[in-house]
Design a protein around this ligand. Structure first.
Ligand code: PGA
Length: 244
C-alpha cells in the first residue's frame, strides 16, 4: 500500500489528478472507476484544467461509477449521474456513451445489479478505481455489515450515511433510503485502487480501516488485502499514521 501525504486540498487534488492523468496517458482506453462526494471535486476540477491545457485526452476512456441513489432519475440534481456530468463529463472530451452509472430508476433492482456487474466484466474490468471512505468506514455504499458484499447490490443506507449526506439535500427526509452500489468483491477486482481521504474528521476511521482488523464491520479494511492500493490523504486525515 502506498500512502501519499498532501499539504492542503489543492495539493491533494493535484496529486490525485496526476495519478489519473498518468493512467490515461499510459493506457488511453483505460476503464476508470469514479466516485462522487465532496472529496474528489477538486480532483475533477484539476483534470478539467489539464484537459483544457491539452495535457490529457479522455476521448478513449470508459468510466463506471461506484454507486447511485435508488429512485432518482439521472437528471435529478441530487443524482450521482448529474454530479458526474456537472463536475467532469460535461467539461472534458469523454464519450458520454461510455460513462456508466447504475440506473436509479430501473424497474427491477435485481436485474439492474446483474446488468451493472456484467457491464463491468464486459468492458474488461476497472484499471484504476477512485473511492472515498465514509465516516462509518463504508466504501461506495457498502455499509458496515456482517459480510463483504461480493457483487453490485441494491441496499439500505446506514443512518450514519443518511446523516452525512443530508447536507446535499433540503432535509434528512429527502435523502433516498436505498442505493445501488458496487459490491466489495466488484471493487476488489479493480487492478489499482486509489482512496482519497481529506480532513481530520476522517483520521480515526482511516486508521481503523488501514491499521485495524480486516472486518466487514469496517468495509474499507478490505483494502489491506488488495495488492495495489494508493491512499492520498492530507495531514489531517493521516494524523493517526505516525510513520507518515
Ligand atoms: P465525502 O464522501 O467525499 O463526501 O466525504 C465519502 C464517502 O462517503 O465515501
Amino acid at each position: 500500500m502506498k500512502i501519499i501525504k498532501a499539504k492542503d486540498y489543492q495539493d491533494f487534488s493535484k496529486k490525485a489528478a496526476s495519478i489519473l492523468a498518468a493512467q490515461v496517458t499510459l493506457k488511453p482506453d483505460s476503464v476508470l472507476g469514479l466516485a462522487t462526494g465532496s472529496t474528489p471535486i477538486g480532483t475533477y476540477d484539476e483534470l478539467v484544467a489539464r484537459y483544457e491545457r491539452g495535457e490529457v485526452d479522455f476521448s478513449q476512456i470508459t468510466t463506471v461509477n461506484l454507486d447511485e441513489y435508488k429512485g432518482l432519475d439521472k437528471d435529478d440534481e441530487q443524482s450521482y449521474s448529474y454530479f458526474m456530468n456537472k463536475h467532469l463529463f460535461d467539461r472534458i472530451n469523454v464519450d458520454k456513451k461510455r460513462t456508466h452509472l447504475p440506473d436509479g430508476m430501473a424497474a427491477d433492482p435485481e436485474k439492474e445489479c446483474e446488468r451493472y456487474e456484467k457491464l463491468i466484466e464486459e468492458i474488461g474490468g476497472v484499471d484504476l478505481q477512485v473511492m472515498g471512505i465514509g465516516n462509518n468506514g463504508h466504501i461506495a455504499f457498502c455499509e458496515p455489515s456482517t459480510i463483504f458484499e461480493k457483487k453490485t447490490i441494491c441496499l439500505d443506507l446506514a443512518e450514519a450515511t443518511i446523516e452525512a449526506n443530508k447536507r446535499f439535500f433540503d432535509s434528512a427526509d429527502d435523502v433516498p433510503r436505498k442505493a445501488y452500489s458496487m459490491g466489495i468483491g466488484t471493487i476488489m477486482k479493480g487492478k489499482k485502487l486509489m482512496m482519497l481521504v481529506y480532513g481530520e474528521g476522517k483520521a480515526d476511521i482511516l486508521a481503523k480501516a488501514l491499521l485495524g482488523d480486516i472486518t466487514p464491520e469496517v468495509p474499507a479494511s478490505v483494502l489491506q488485502l488488495h495488492p495495489d492500493v494508493i491512499v492520498i490523504g492530507d495531514e489531517g486525515a493521516l494524523s493517526k499514521f505516525p510513520e507518515c
